[in-house]
Design a protein around this ligand. Sequence first.
Ligand code: AVJ
Length: 322
Amino acid sequence: MLTHSLPARHVYEFADAVRQGLTKPGQKELPSKYLYDEVGSALFETICVLPEYGLTRADARLLREHSQEIVDRLPSPIQVAELGSGSGKKTRWILEALSRRQKTYYYPIEISSSALAACQKELGQIDLVSIVGYEQPYLEGLRAVAERRDDGEHLLVLFLGSTIGNFDREAGEEFLREVREILQIGDALLLGTDLEKRVADQLAAYDDPAGVTAAFNLNLLGRINRELGANFDLSRFRHEARWNAIDRRIEMHLRSTRRQCVEVAAAGSRVMFNEGETIWTESSHKYRPHEVVAMAERTGFRCGGQWIDEEWPFAQNLLVSE
Ligand code: AVJ
């Protein structure tokens, strides 16, 4: 088990992002990727088992039921890279299906070292599968993986769990284009996308009655306190989930319950909050099935299959590089 990591750089990037996001005129914001420290990753794992949050179960169900069919549509030999592996639980089905026909290399690419460790533990025991983790941003990690493959070896990139939904639609499409640049013809991207559903169901998924999502969101302020020496009082902020009907996305915010001032030592900034002002911490875009196919076609892929869960509308899309 091997991990390529670049930890030192991360704290400066984090401080920089926090300074920029909180001193921005107008809507304050923080990048959602920072929700996933060790506490945040553990809270997210809990979100995934909440009855209100059907997304992860739908994603896993589709992979469990259709992995063989998906793998049968891929060229041989093929290696697997995963963008944001998380705990790696869902990936098992794909790796097992592939390992029935070949020895398989699996490269989880993940900025959360705790998630990477969990993933290596979860998937380290599958026969004929070797794991090499990359603790790097997605595209850097993917470039590193693509460079080390031999001639004639194909690549399957997994981007599951509707993580693409964190990007604005335009940025998501640009991201697909950048992934395509790194790939060769015949390589594939298996893309998980959460689909539009009843607004009440979508809101409940991001504002569960047990308060796990609230804790997940508030932990971002806790993380800034811990890692950047800030003095956020978490009891003075409230979690909020909104449906933005124009952009078709859930937005998570943290609302300041009073006028207050917060210092972030490592970012060298003092931040004023008005009563009722919010920090926008995450977007989760929701898609329509044909929209994903059109996105694929505009970014250098063709859709080689789409599988939709009936219980919780969610799609696995097999995008093939053209
Ligand atoms: C992991 C980005 C897919 O947007 O649904 C869950 C993160 N945020 N509950 C999502 C999340 C609040 C999740 N993704």
